[in-house]
Design a protein around this ligand. Structure first.
Ligand code: KIV
Length: 262
């Protein structure tokens, strides 16, 4: 898969699947799947490091996770998130951060919003770096919103999201993540854009869907927004395995003779 093939899939009316990934072991499993693309999301700051928001992701942190994922899934299309403010310091600083991520194994970068950094998107695209946009709920702006809130509900806000989506398309982005916007708005934006939209909490009208891999595996039962369907009860499986191990150790049935060296 490549950014060009993302466009091709939209033309052919075929849906795109993406998941986040942050480490080598999960990347190796994803490499065996039919998932179209991996996002090394700045959600790593929350999911892997326990921070309260994504603003704690730095270029160094994203570099580390991107390298690990690309070692595990070298054949997959990997998009890496540009961390908080790394693309707000002008095109030169953004190019520097993007080059760190690309050299770590990403084939594209994702950044949030467009207003105020149109020049950055343009420079990245012109430099041969495929850019994925991210509109609707932009988690790096959580403090400006006053919390993680659905965007695009008022007609002014909806027009704003649609305007930014069109602008990203004009500037050469190859896809746009639409996060937490009403399904009707996402469907309309997707229908009007040449490039694919990848939804998360944006309904079925998007050209593809993305979920945080821990959410789809159900291993984060304390955090379950309505869009994050767990496709397996991973927390139950993990807890059951841990209990089985604990019981076996304490009962003296693990390890067995076959599991021991002579
Ligand atoms: O960082 C992330 O996980 C994301 C997804 C929610 C799209 O940006």
């Amino acid at each position: 898969m490549s950014s060009k093939e993302f466009l091709q899939k939209k033309i052919e009316g075929r849906k795109l699947s993406m998941v986040t990934c942050y480490d080598y072991t999960f990347a190796r499993l994803l490499a065996k799947s039919a998932i179209d693309g991996i996002l090394v999301g700045d959600s790593a700051a929350m999911v892997m490091h326990g921070h309260p928001s994504t603003i704690y992701a730095t270029t160094e942190l994203m570099h580390l996770h991107t390298e690990a994922v690309s070692r595990g899934a070298p054949g997959k299309f990997i998009v890496a998130d540009m961390p908080f403010l790394s693309y707000r310091k002008g095109p030169a600083a953004a190019l520097e951060a993007a080059s760190v991520l690309m050299l770590a194994g990403a084939q594209a970068v994702k950044l949030e919003g467009i207003d105020g950094h149109e020049d950055v998107v343009q420079r990245l695209v012109q430099s041969g770096i495929p850019v994925m946009g991210h509109l609707g709920l932009q988690p790096q702006s959580v403090h400006a919103y006053g919390g993680f809130r659905v965007q695009g509900r008022s007609s002014e806000s909806a027009q704003n999201v649609a305007r930014q989506a069109a602008a990203l398309g004009e500037l050469g982005a190859f896809a746009i993540v639409l996060e937490c916007v009403p399904a009707n708005l996402a469907r309309e934006i997707s229908a009007n854009l040449r490039i694919p939209t990848i939804g998360i909490g944006a309904g079925a009208g998007c050209d593809g869907q993305i979920l945080v891999v821990q959410d789809l595996l159900g291993i984060n039962p304390d955090f379950r927004p309505k869009f994050a369907r767990p496709f397996v009860d991973g927390a139950h499986c993990v807890l059951e395995a841990l209990a089985n191990f604990d019981n076996a150790v304490k009962a003296g049935t693990f390890p067995s003779a076959e599991e021991s060296y002579s």
